[in-house]
Unconditional design. Structure first.
Length: 327
């Protein structure tokens, strides 16, 4: 068992590290790590339907898709993540209880009534502090989870507070739960790094063959390659989303009501229509045609519409206002 020590807090790098360790390192492993503010979405989710895009942009929160399924979660430096990779047989790879047991042991030693509940959650006093997910690759499992230790709850709420009426799709939806920070229940003061050290020490005790491992220069090179090709790209984090329909009503003082409806597949706009009581000089069909086959991404839409005078299609509306209505 390798206990891989990780110090990087970049979300792109950390999610890429998980895939690299799963696929390129033979030994079973355990890792503790933290991300700077980020939303981590499940592999099968429609990213735009899970995030509050305006809040994310205003607060410079990165959005990254992970390998495993399940719902979207908010990470910050007060959230500790843990990851196991392990070889095994198909019938014993999926076992959330097994991989969360060391966490519960530490918390019980600290005097907390922490429990495994439901399908894959850890709770204190009925409030969730850890969600877990898995990904199977060949004969290996990647099992990972979050540990809310001292996360900033307003950011967690704001980043994931999305309008459910905008999207219609078959993607997996996140289920919002009552959550809590571990630190709020401790009888003794400690920070997240001290808590991390307790878990690492327990793992060394539980696994006599444990070897502490620092990522090498070659490891970093390969991980950064994966960041560049996959984890930092729009194609993976947004474009990989399943087919969805988007609808939003934009109410303006100068233009009236504008409703935008679009069908998006693989992150690319297939069809788009504008409806409403707006006034216009030119037919908005020209804008609709210009936006077909354009990624549902702000910079791509801005470029596609850059040659149009938007006020000719929607009286008194700016390009920025129109783009804002498309997300």
């Amino acid at each position: 068992m390798l206990i891989i020590r990780r110090h990087n807090t970049d979300p792109y790098f950390n999610l890429a590290t998980e895939e690299y360790v799963l696929k390129d390192i033979e030994d079973d492993s355990f890792m503790l790590w933290r991300n700077s503010p980020a939303i981590i979405v499940g592999k099968h989710q429609n990213t735009l339907a899970e995030i509050n895009l305006d809040y994310v942009k205003q607060n410079n929160i990165k959005v990254v898709r992970r390998l495993s399924g399940g719902g979207a979660v908010f990470h910050d430096l007060g959230n500790l993540c843990f990851t196991f990779t392990q070889k095994g047989k198909d019938d014993n790879l999926i076992d959330f209880r097994k991989y969360t047991e060391p966490i519960l042991e530490v918390l019980v030693k600290l005097g907390l009534d922490a429990r495994f509940e439901g399908r894959n959650d850890l709770t204190i006093d009925g409030k969730k502090f850890s969600g877990n997910a898995m990904h199977i690759w060949k004969n290996k499992v990647l099992s990972h989870g979050t540990l809310l230790f001292s996360s900033h709850m307003p950011n967690l709420t704001g980043a994931l507070n999305v309008d459910p009426l905008k999207f219609t799709d078959k993607a997996v939806k996140s289920v919002r739960s009552r959550v809590t920070n571990i630190s709020e229940h401790l009888k003794q003061e400690m920070d997240v790094l001290q808590f991390s050290e307790l878990i690492e020490n327990l793992m060394i005790e539980k696994y006599p063959d444990a070897v502490l491992y620092e990522l090498s220069e070659e490891d970093h090179r390969k991980i950064n390659e994966l960041v560049e090709k996959k984890y930092s790209t729009w194609a993976w984090n947004f474009g990989y989303s399943p087919r969805y329909n988007f609808s939003r009503i934009l109410r303006t003082t100068g233009s009236g009501t504008i409703e935008c409806c679009m069908e998006v597949r693989d992150g690319i706009i297939q069809e788009i229509r504008f409806y409403g009581d707006y006034f216009n000089k030119h037919d908005t069909e020209e804008l609709e045609n210009a936006l077909k086959q354009v990624p549902h991404r702000e910079d791509a839409i801005r470029e596609a519409l850059s040659s149009f005078i938007i006020e000719d299609y929607f009286a008194n509306l700016t390009l920025d206002e129109l783009i804002g209505g498309l997300f």
